[in-house]
Design a protein around this ligand. Sequence first.
Ligand code: PMP
Length: 445
Amino acid sequence: MTPPDDPTAWTRDIIARDRRHVWHPFTQHQTEVEPIVLTRAKDASLFDADSKEILDLISSWWTCTHGHSHPKLNEALARQAENFEHVMFAGFTHQPAVDLATALARLLPGDLNRVFYSDDGSTAVEVALKIAYQHWVNCGDSRRRVLLAFDGGYHGDTLGAMSLGRGSGFFSVFRDLMANVCVLPFPCTFEDDDAVEGREAGALSGCEALLTERGQEIAALIIEPLLQGAGGMRICRPSFLKRLVELAQGAGIVVIFDEVATGFGRTGTLFAMEQADVVPDLVCLSKGLTAGYMPMAVTVARDALFESFLDDSFDRALPHGHSFTANPLACAVGLRSLALFEEENTLARIAGINARHREMLTVLSSRDDLVRARVLGSILAVDVKDAGAYQSAKSLTLKAWYLSQGLNIRPLGQTLYLMPPYCITDEELTRAYAGLMEGVDRFSR
Ligand code: PMP
């Protein structure tokens, strides 16, 4: 984009028309401050029309992995656009979709081999729910209508996904429309936590009791493995995850891993499930799937689940599909992004970010106004005492202050966190930590 001649007037015009015509996500328009108009983004930075830099320390809602406007990803996108931009995906197929599905099946453990394409994290979860429910129906069991999910979990904002995320507290207005979900306690942990084992035992025995009492009614269990994102960057231990999956799969329940946020390196391994050494029956991926370039998601199923949909009649087929399913531009950029993980040794970069975050743990843990410091992969999080809930006045003030300092840090209620793109430099991380702490100093005064 060519820079506008008069950046101030240009920006005012965009904001005025935005205010008149655009409805933003998760936004109270009556009270929200003016949005920032971006004109450019590069690596870990966003720029406005005056070339003011903002470090994207939450990777644009956790989507951006390798950095903004990466030349190799740009090239893959442009090359695919020259060939063709889109084609319907029933009765047609194409190499980008097949190559990406093949690559994902190779990278995922066990027999997670069957890739269903959709458009965003919420729809990946809806698809997983429909597959789990219909699997039972196809097997002749239509009693299984109960779903198990976790307190503080977030799985998206379509109807099924909201039902699963009812424990997140975001969606109470819709509770009368929600599906039948039992919410289990999530045994989150943090640095120097000496009560985690008791919490894990409680969560496991609660789950076991439900499976014993209502096992015949339960279709599936869903969890964000190792990290609840929107619920406040709450971490659980891999050993808990492993025991939970063994329990649920032992009872014959379909286990869904929502790796929409944790996938593609965020927790230190390509997928969080690797750390627990388990294979769920279904996994949902989005966000980092296309390195943050294009809206796309997949729900990947184990072979046996897919086979329960095979029949001579359409009745057993999955009645689901979107206009933009398996968009070739998105598939091409997703495939190129996977190659970048090897070419740029991305997991080592993430380990470097993790080591820097771990150094910060001592700083965070030494303060009286901060609690529950935690680090997982590329994520650093801490809770501010008495900061209030999501969108509290204090958290909004802090968000605005960080932005004024050129830092995109958005508190999740009381939780402050950093989840930067993997290309972030040492100098940028130093700047991020200094800004983070200065904000806390002002905030806790
Ligand atoms: N699952 C998880 C774990 C998420 O973090 C999110 C989004 N934050 C979603 C699902 C929904 O994804 P989307 O916003 O792309 O619909």
